[in-house]
Ligand binder design. Structure first.
Ligand code: PGA
Length: 223
């Protein structure tokens, strides 16, 4: 797949009430977000409805999806549940889910299938250890339809925020593409208005996946 604009993806994680989400959106649209980018907001499921009808400013995504379809899976949110909500993207296999929910690359592959069947573009998160195993769990056709987010766990703000030099990041993205093919690659890990251009100006990086900074609509619009 090819992206027309670089993607700036907000991962709010388990933050924000409905009221806080509405306030975020009101403030963000007042910042005159840049036309050069496509913004994607991935709130908790509970705030999706409150963020609808803002397509001219940002697309909607989710932070996970059930590996199962619709059915008797108490507590799961299936791709089918999202059909009328305008969800365009799903972050899958985030390192926090791999760590706290013991999600495996095989689980993530099932979620990729569910997302693609529902017309949702997967953003598959990987650190170096998972490049080969995660790519091998996807079919060739799936690899052509996903976006991959390279997120070194040590660079994520809540896991230490230890950024690598850009040269190391580019080497790792080249290695990632040996496994996944020529996919669009996002970078994630402590992206801020101060360092975002270091990543966004690189041809090999098609956008950024942003946690902490995305919680503040003014800072998010400055990326
Ligand atoms: P961070 O999170 O920007 O707070 O480091 C990124 C992520 O976890 O996706």
């Amino acid at each position: 797949m090819k992206l027309s604009h670089k993607l700036i993806v907000a991962n709010w994680k388990s933050n924000k009430s409905v009221t806080e989400a509405k306030h975020w959106a009101e403030t963000f649209v007042q910042q005159e977000p840049k036309d050069a980018y496509t913004y994607v907001v991935c709130p908790p499921y509970s705030a999706l409805l409150a963020l609808q009808d803002q397509e001219q400013y940002f697309a909607l995504g989710v932070q996970d999806l059930s590996a199962f379809g619709a059915g008797a899976y108490t507590g799961e949110i299936s791709a089918h549940n999202l059909l009328d909500l305008g969800v365009k993207y799903a972050i899958l296999g985030h390192s926090e889910r791999r760590r706290y929910q013991n999600e495996t690359s095989a689980d993530v592959a099932k979620k990729v299938t569910s997302a693609l069947d529902a017309g949702i573009t997967p953003i598959v998160c990987v650190d170096r250890d998972q490049f080969g195993e995660q790519a091998a769990q996807l079919t060739a056709s799936q690899r052509e339809q996903v976006i991959v987010a390279y997120e070194p766990v040590h660079a994520i703000s809540t896991f230490g925020g230890q950024e690598d030099p850009i040269e190391t990041t580019l080497e790792n993205i080249a290695a990632l593409k040996e496994s996944f093919g020529n996919v669009p690659v996002l970078y994630g890990g402590s992206v801020t208005p101060e360092n975002s251009l270091v990543y966004l100006q690189e041809d090999a990086i098609q956008g950024v996946l942003v946690g902490g900074t995305s919680l503040d609509p003014e800072k998010f619009a400055q990326l």
